[in-house]
Design a protein around this ligand. Structure first.
Ligand code: PLP
Length: 338
C-alpha cells in the first residue's frame, strides 16, 4: 500500500472543510460562504476539487477521475509531493542533475535534504546508483530540462521496479517528444506519480495549471493537504477551453517541433556552435565555442536565452526555447555575426 510512504501525521490529519464540501446538492440560495451576492460571474468560490476539469482530463488521458489532481502549476504539485512524503530534517529527495531547479528549491524550503546523482555523459540516469539510494522521493524529468532528452523507457521501468521510494516523473515536455507518457504504468506501479502541465504544449503558462496522475490514495492525500481553493475558476475555465480545442494545440506542437528541427540543423552549421544536443522538447541545448560571448552578443541584440553553462556536464551550454519562425530567423541572423 502506497500509504506506508506518507508522513505519519498526514494519515490522521483532518482537512479544512469548505462550505462547498459541506453542501454538494443542487444549486439553490447560497448563504453559506460569506460571498458577495451581487454576481459578475466570479463572486462564488470555485469548486475545491475542480471536478469538471478533472473529469475532462480523465477522459482526455484515459484514466480514472480519482487518479487526477490539478494544481496551481506543476510547482504547487512538486511542493505537495515533498509535503506528503518527506519528513523535514530526516527524509531526503533524490535529483539527477543537470535538471529542473524547482525540485531542489522546494526541498530546501521544507528543510528536506537533497541527494544528487549526476546523469551520465549521455544524459541518462545511473540506475545502479539510484537503486542504492535511501531517498524517499525521486524526481525524474523526462524529457529532461535543460538537456532536452527523453529518459530511456527501460531505465524508467528499472527504476520503478527497484527504487525504494516514490518516483515522480515530470513530463512537462512530453507532447514535443516521440516518446510515450508513463501514465500507462500507473496501474503497475503504485509508487509512481506523473506530472504534466498546461504551461508548455497547451500554451497557458500564465494561467498556472499543473497536473498529477497517481494512485487514488495519493490524490486523496493531496486533496487533504492542499489549500482549499488552490485553482481559480478563470484558470480552470481556460484549461477546459484548451482541452476542447485540442486541434489548435496539436497544430502548434507540430509547428514547434518542425521549427525545432530546422533550428537545430541551422545552428549545427554555424562556426560559433560546437554541438547541438538532440531534443525531445520545445528547446535546444547548444554548446557554443564561447558561451559567455555568445550570450552577451545575443542580449545586446535583444535576444534572451538561458545560460546553463554553470551546471554540471553543461560547460559552454546555452538553452534556447524554440520561437516563432520570425524569432528563430532573428536568432540565426544574430549568431551569424559572431
Ligand atoms: C516548465 C516546467 C514545468 C512547468 O511548471 P509549471 O509550474 O506547471 O508552469 C515543470 N517541470 C519542468 C521540468 C519544466 O521545465
Amino acid at each position: 500500500m502506497v500509504e506506508r510512504y506518507f508522513r505519519k501525521h498526514i494519515q490522521g490529519l483532518k482537512p479544512y472543510s469548505t462550505a462547498r464540501d459541506e453542501y454538494s446538492g443542487p444549486p439553490g440560495v447560497f448563504m453559506d460562504a460569506n460571498e458577495n451576492p451581487f454576481g459578475q460571474g466570479l463572486n462564488r468560490y470555485p469548486d475545491p476539487r475542480q471536478l469538471t476539469l478533472r473529469n475532462a482530463l480523465a477522459r482526455l488521458k484515459g484514466v480514472n477521475e480519482a487518479a487526477v489532481f490539478v494544481g496551481s502549476g506543476s510547482d504547487e504539485i512538486i511542493d505537495l509531493l515533498i509535503r506528503l512524503f518527506c519528513e523535514p530534517g530526516k527524509d531526503s529527495v533524490l535529483i539527477l542533475p543537470p535538471t529542473y531547479g524547482m525540485y531542489e528549491v522546494a526541498s530546501a524550503a521544507h528543510d528536506v535534504k537533497v541527494e544528487k546523482i549526476l546523469l551520465a555523459p549521455d544524459f541518462q540516469p545511473d540506475v545502479e546508483k539510484i537503486l542504492k539510494s535511501e531517498a524517499k522521493l525521486l524526481f525524474l524529468c523526462s524529457p529532461n530540462n535543460p538537456t532536452g532528452n527523453l529518459i530511456n523507457p527501460e531505465i524508467v521501468e528499472a527504476i520503478l521496479k527497484g527504487f525504494n521510494g516514490i518516483v515522480a516523473i515530470d513530463e512537462a515536455y512530453i507532447d514535443f517528444s516521440v516518446g510515450d507518457t508513463s501514465i500507462g504504468l500507473l496501474d503497475k506501479y503504485h509508487n509512481l506519480i506523473v506530472l504534466q502541465t498546461f504551461s508548455k504544449a497547451f500554451g497557458l503558462a500564465a494561467v498556472r495549471v499543473g497536473l498529477a496522475f497517481a494512485a487514488p490514495a495519493i490524490i486523496a492525500a493531496f486533496d487533504r493537504i492542499k489549500l482549499p481553493y488552490n485553482l481559480g475558476d478563470l484558470s480552470a475555465r481556460a484549461a477546459l477551453r484548451a482541452i476542447e480545442r485540442k486541434d489548435k494545440k496539436a497544430k502548434q506542437v507540430q509547428a514547434i517541433v518542425r521549427y525545432r528541427n530546422a533550428l537545430a540543423a541551422q545552428l549545427g552549421r554555424l562556426p560559433c556552435v560546437d554541438k547541438v544536443f538532440p531534443s525531445d522538447a520545445n528547446f535546444l541545448l547548444v554548446r557554443f565555442v564561447d558561451a559567455r560571448t555568445t550570450f552577451d552578443h545575443l542580449i545586446a541584440r535583444g535576444i534572451i536565452v538561458r545560460d546553463r553553462s554553470g551546471q554540471p556536464l553543461l560547460g559552454g551550454c546555452l538553452r534556447i526555447s524554440v520561437g516563432t519562425a520570425q524569432e528563430n530567423r532573428k536568432l540565426i541572423e544574430a549568431l551569424k555575426l559572431l
